[in-house]
Design a protein around this ligand. Structure first.
Ligand code: ZN
Length: 218
């Protein structure tokens, strides 16, 4: 499901080509950019250009490795799913705001249309032209077609549903992150304890060795 959602955003943010890259990165980690280029039949520079754009938007991160023989760097790319979902959500919210405004407008104001030119104007414009079409002189008719409003309502519902799905996804991703962090911290504490134990053990050993040396001297 994430891939489909991510597809939606990325076509807005970086264009179509980025979608292929995202699809190749999804569910993987540290993907070699040369493999991406090969799979997409693009040059390494083309792939890098797209990846830099994605990286600039915070959607991907990279690590790099120097090739000791050739002396150049190879980059390995990972998709940042949380950030991508956040961006998608914010884009949908913007679209939703605009649709809600349009709906409010539709419901509170009248619109007129010219049957000949198939154009539509708001009330102010119609009034300004004495309710006749500016282009052909036909008398404007009041727009009573509810289809536009129904379409808007449908679109809004769809986007609202989309947002709730994305929010769920984001919380799942974040929960995973928290668990991962907790696990790492636990591991660190355990390692520190083990280290301390080893140091204490070593100190004790030195002490007993010193004591035995002293005894021998006596
Ligand atoms: Zn007209």
């Amino acid at each position: 499901m994430q891939i489909k959602l991510l597809n939606d955003i990325l076509s807005n943010v970086v264009g179509r080509q980025a979608l292929d890259i995202v699809n190749l990165l999804a569910g993987k980690k540290n993907v070699n950019e040369f493999i991406l280029a090969k799979k997409l039949k693009l040059t390494i520079n083309q792939v890098r250009n797209i990846l830099y754009k994605l990286s600039h938007a915070g959607l991907v991160s990279f690590t790099r490795k120097k090739d000791k023989r050739k002396g150049w760097y190879t980059y390995f790319w990972t998709l940042n799913i949380e950030k991508s979902l956040e961006l998608l959500e914010s884009n949908i919210r913007k679209e939703l705001d605009s649709l809600r405004n349009q709906l409010k407008n539709r419901e509170s104001r009248r619109f007129y249309f010219c049957i000949t030119c198939k154009t539509e104007v708001n009330e102010e414009t119609a009034l300004l032209h004495n309710f006749t079409c500016n282009e052909c002189g036909e008398v404007y008719e009041l727009q009573t077609d509810k289809k536009i409003i129904n379409d808007l309502v449908l679109k809004i519902k769809k986007l609202e549903l989309g947002i709730s799905v994305i929010e769920k996804e984001i919380s799942i991703v974040r929960e995973k992150e928290v668990k991962k962090k907790a696990k790492l911290e636990k591991k660190e504490i355990k390692e520190k304890k083990a280290k301390r134990k080893a140091v204490n053990h070593a100190k004790k050993k030195i002490k007993t060795e010193k004591k035995s040396v002293k005894k021998k001297k006596k």
